[in-house]
Design a protein around this ligand. Structure first.
Ligand SMILES: *Cc1c(COP(=O)(O)O)cnc(C)c1O
Length: 436
């Protein structure tokens, strides 16, 4: 972006200056529309979500067998929805305001197999690819369930095929672990900010890890290029994949069912606010899309990003999506929230979400560490820094009187996107960074 273009944006909208100054800001999306109108603007449909849900159900017996930690849910990869009243008190004290209504945490930190939200989209895409190959090779026997995917004939087929992905870490973990289990040859292209323990863990599972000096975009670009040269290689494209998006979207109806079980209504009088940490956008975008389909106009979804990497906010504010990067606004994309260290958002997700999203807000790294400690102290729940970006959402929406609405009966749902795979000593060092 040229200097004069940036100056034009700054003159048009004062919020850009605050973003450049790395203030914690909230942007409301002026393009949001009622769900039925918004659906007319996308090629994605309810049928796509149904198809993804059914595929995950077909694979459930297989997952239950090969990943015993999925057995509690009969092979369905799902996480608890937990009320966190002690954390709510912490937030009220810290920010000196009252949060009416309930505060809930969606515990994707506890998702089986890979301990983050990536266990939704990432694993789904690998399973779909495996199914497609097996059908093409007429290997699937209609009379048997998908336990057959653990048989040697399937492993032999997949061994001749490759899967590749570019990742800041967690997507690599989910793609790597699932692909290796099915028998694929799998390569993960890791950005410089990816943690050493993630690389070590993947290598221990037979995954090939390629390291880059550069950031996420570079790792993806290189991975994509190498995969294109090899017809036997399937590249999981975090920036453009409909399959990933749909794997995430299945969460929407599952959360709707969990809310119902907790007897929590979502309607005009009882709005639901959902706060989703956002990197490239596929995870939060898919989940928000699924939530809007399942719950309608009274669920309000926000994306949360680090103040150093608000790529989706800038992409949506300017309407330029992947044609603008945080560097264009002189931000360095350096954050301890490694899952969110993305300088350019997905244009596919940004455009799709334009009529669905309530807004975006940003969070400083030091806030993430403070919240990490507070959640551990108050609820004994341990999230990785990225996963706490959603936690200031209730404060942000109350402070900015979102909707101008009476929030007395609102429910706030924070999406806790990851944590359980983080080694204990790593987690302790996060905890100790609070207040520094
Ligand atoms: C990947 C990730 C996100 C964001 O998902 P995107 O699809 O990159 O937007 C949020 N939190 C954690 C812990 C993640 O690993």
């Amino acid at each position: 972006m040229k200097d004069n273009e940036r100056k034009e944006w700054l003159a048009k909208e004062p919020l850009f200056q605050q973003v450049m100054d790395m203030k914690e800001v909230l942007w409301r999306n002026p393009s949001i529309e009622p769900v039925n109108q918004a659906m007319e603007k996308t090629r994605l449909t309810q049928e796509d979500v149904d198809d993804a849900r059914q595929r995950l159900e077909r694979f459930a017996p297989y997952l239950e067998k090969v990943f015993p930690d999925t057995a509690v849910n009969q092979g369905i990869i799902e996480s608890p929805l937990t009320s966190i009243p002690a954390m709510k008190q912490m937030l009220e004290q810290q920010y000196k305001l009252k949060i009416p209504g309930k505060l809930l945490l969606k515990q994707d930190n506890a998702l089986p197999i890979s301990g983050s939200i990536k266990a939704r989209g990432g694993i789904y895409e690998v399973l779909k690819h495996a199914e497609t190959l097996a059908l093409e090779h007429q290997l699937v026997n209609d009379t048997q369930d998908y336990l057959q995917f653990a048989e040697p004939a399937f492993k032999n087929l997949f061994a001749q095929h490759k899967i590749a992905v570019g990742s800041t870490g967690n997507l690599g973990l989910s793609i790597g672990i699932m692909s290796a289990k099915l028998g694929f040859t799998v390569t993960v292209h890791m950005s410089a900010d990816a943690k050493q323990w993630k690389k070590d863990l993947l290598r221990s599972k037979g995954v090939q890890v390629v390291e880059y000096e550069d950031d996420y975009s570079k790792a993806v670009e290189e991975g994509r290029r190498q995969a294109q040269e090899d017809p036997s290689c399937h590249f999981v494209d975090d920036e453009n994949s409909t399959d990933l998006f749909m794997g995430y979207a299945v969460a929407g109806e599952r959360v709707a069912a969990q809310l119902k079980a907790l007897r929590i209504k979502v309607d005009q009088e009882h709005p639901l606010f959902v706060y989703l940490p956002c990197g490239v956008g596929g995870g939060p975008g898919g989940v928000a899309f699924g939530l809007k389909l399942a719950l309608g106009d009274h669920v309000h979804c926000f994306f949360a990003e680090p103040t150093h990497s608000p790529c989706m906010m800038l992409g949506m504010m300017t309407g330029l999506h992947d044609r603008v990067s945080v560097a264009d606004f002189h931000l360095d994309n350096k954050t301890a929230a490694d899952g969110l260290a993305v300088g350019t958002a997905s244009a596919f997700v940004g455009k799709t979400m334009e009529p669905f999203l309530a807004g975006c807000y940003s969070v400083a790294d030091r806030t993430l560490f403070t919240l990490l400690k507070e959640l551990a102290d108050s609820e004994d729940i341990w999230l990785e820094p990225s996963a706490l970006a959603g936690m200031t959402g209730p404060v942000k929406s109350i402070e900015s009187r979102i909707q101008g609405a009476d929030l007395a009966k609102a429910v706030h749902l924070v999406w806790g996107t990851g944590g359980n795979m983080v080694p204990e000593e790593e987690m302790r060092s996060y905890y100790e960074q609070a207040g520094k």
